[in-house]
Design a protein around this ligand. Structure first.
Ligand code: CP3
Length: 349
């Protein structure tokens, strides 16, 4: 499908992803569309979470809310990583105060082998419709990011059946039934490739893979249960840059930088810029890593720490972002201070 989208006016994010020598780093925030914005809360009162995700007009409106409010350099489509488990037959509900809950989690070897990645883009066509609509409505203001959860993180939810501190049921299943787990991981990889390719075709200009729970794996288990699938996905997505966010997996930075095939690596806030640059031999784009809770600091302190973060990462091969999603109780002015500080950053000569 060939779309005739409006011409891009702000391409800073795409230039930075190419490693070009940019005037300042681009900035966006993970979970920038969400509960810290009063305009999001209005729609949240009217519609359920999945109504918001599954109605392209609502997803489009929510995606653009932070662009209107804060003017970051990229938009990320409003959706969720749990759309893929849904397309694989797992019932997902979002329970107030608890987070995602699955009605029929994988608990047996038979459950695992019943997971098949069939017609995933067709089942999630509302996401593609939302992407195409949002590209038009953005009118070229900023590029649009598509995304998916990484197989390991999706496996965590599909087996555990809910959020968890240690995802013990998911890890237990992995260690007790490795063949069945491998089957699920392979189907998730196929589903994710099909899904991301469809997002790109629909208009996503960059994609990000969220491996939010990869830090629960030991380095050896990461190499066996996360890395091969991440590599397969990044290698299959050829037409747009891929950002890989493997939260908590500082130990894998070196391998990820030369082996994963990603264009950029996302970093959480527990990693120092110097450590990350050294481990990645200074030759891959890095994204992050402001502690989201630090946005509760007084505004002058947010400004000081944001500048210091850019001083340390440098302006080249760098995308300013948080180290994880923005929290619901962050004042909008504090989020704005973060974005504005990056936008006002003056490059040191
Ligand atoms: O970044 C964006 O603005 C785009 C939208 C986006 C959402 N979820 C919307 C959302 C993205 C990129 C995600 C990814 C996601 N979803 C991840 C990976 C990133 C991460 O945070 O580690 C994960 C693990 C999920 C699963 C998920 N969805 C959880 C654990 C929850 C409940 C916890 C929470 O933050 O409320 C959700 C619900 C969810 N997804 C909300 C939003 C805005 C909150 C829904 C609401 O109450 O309005």
């Amino acid at each position: 499908m060939n779309h005739d989208f409006p011409k891009l006016k702000n391409d800073l994010f795409l230039r930075a992803l190419k490693g070009e020598d940019v005037e300042r780093p681009p900035v966006w925030m993970m979970r920038q569309a969400g509960r810290y914005l009063p305009q999001y809360m209005v729609l949240r009162k009217k519609y359920t979470f999945f109504e918001r995700v599954e109605t392209p007009e609502l997803a489009c409106e929510i995606t653009i809310q932070p662009i209107d409010e804060l003017e970051p350099d990229a938009a990320i489509i409003f959706s969720d990583i749990l759309t893929v488990p849904q397309a694989l037959g797992i019932d997902v509900d979002l329970v107030k105060g608890k987070g995602p809950v699955m009605g029929n989690p994988i608990r047996t070897v038979d459950d695992a082998f019943a997971i098949l990645a069939e017609d995933v883009p067709e089942k999630l066509s509302h996401v593609m419709d939302a992407i195409t609509l949002t590209r038009k409505e953005l009118n070229g203001r900023v590029p649009l990011i598509g995304f998916a959860g990484a197989p390991w993180t999706l496996f965590c939810y599909m087996v555990q059946g809910e959020g968890s501190k240690n995802f013990d049921k998911a890890k237990g299943f992995l260690f007790q039934h490795p063949d069945a787990a491998r089957h699920v991981m392979k189907e998730l990889t196929k589903a994710t490739i099909d899904y991301l390719k469809a997002q790109v075709e629909a208009g996503a200009q960059v994609v990000q893979l969220f491996d939010s729970w990869s830090g629960l794996l030991s380095p050896e288990d990461f190499n066996e249960w996360a890395m091969p699938y991440l590599m397969e996905i990044t290698k299959a997505i050829k037409d747009v840059p891929v950002i890989l966010f493997a939260k908590g997996s500082w130990y894998a930075l070196e391998r990820l930088s030369y082996k994963s095939g990603a264009t950029a690596l996302g970093l959480d806030w527990t990693i120092s810029p110097e450590f990350a640059r050294e481990k990645t031999r200074n030759d891959i784009v890095l994204q992050g890593n402001f502690d989201p809770t630090r946005l509760l600091s007084p505004i002058p302190e947010i400004e000081r720490q944001t500048k210091r973060m850019i001083d340390r990462f440098g302006t080249r091969n760098y995308i300013a972002n948080l180290g994880h999603g923005i929290l619901p109780h962050i004042p909008v002015d504090h989020a704005r201070a973060f974005v504005d500080t990056v936008k006002g950053y003056e490059k040191q000569k």
